[in-house]
Design a protein around this ligand. Sequence first.
Ligand SMILES: CC(C)(COP(=O)(O)OP(=O)(O)OC[C@H]1O[C@@H](n2cnc3c(N)ncnc32)[C@H](O)[C@@H]1OP(=O)(O)O)[C@@H](O)C(=O)NCCC(=O)NCCS
Length: 148
Amino acid sequence: MRLRSVALDDAYGLARIHAGGFDHPWSESEMAEVLMQPGMFGLAVEGDGPAGFVLCRAMAGEAEVLTLAVDPAARRSGIGLALMTAAVEGARALGAESLFLEVAVDNAAAIALYQGLGFSRAGVRRGYYRRRASGAVDALVMRLSLNS
Ligand SMILES: CC(C)(COP(=O)(O)OP(=O)(O)OC[C@H]1O[C@@H](n2cnc3c(N)ncnc32)[C@H](O)[C@@H]1OP(=O)(O)O)[C@@H](O)C(=O)NCCC(=O)NCCS
């Protein structure tokens, strides 16, 4: 598995993977805007092009995961875990004391991944996600302390 940093010219490839993971995917130009945000860092795993990626932002001692997605054909082979492990290391290296993320309460796969890495529940955002089929869904806010 080859992990690398993402760059602005990945916007198309990352948007394609994002579209396979979310009901409201980011377009190539929205992805490019995210990639240009201050404090942004991201990692991708390569197959024939990116097979998965994570984008994070670190600022003022805190970091957050903005998005994480793995190509459906490449799931359950450890890519999500490798990306999140690298995101944790990256946030720590940038001086963050905590890494936060939001995850839909019904996203059992992602919640299991995050709990396995030591993230714990920090709060709930009511109706945070809009689903095409089921309407609004709450988000769990999860946090990992990076101090230890
Ligand atoms: C969540 C996601 C990134 C996981 O990626 P992945 O590469 O398949 O995950 P991994 O193979 O590294 O799995 C790591 C752990 O996550 C959990 N997990 C992953 N997929 C799972 C599933 N379908 N059901 C239950 N647990 C799952 C397991 O704990 C797994 O460990 P194990 O294999 O030892 O059981 C992927 O399913 C995805 O892209 N989903 C759509 C987008 C998304 O939900 N992103 C997160 C938004 S917050």
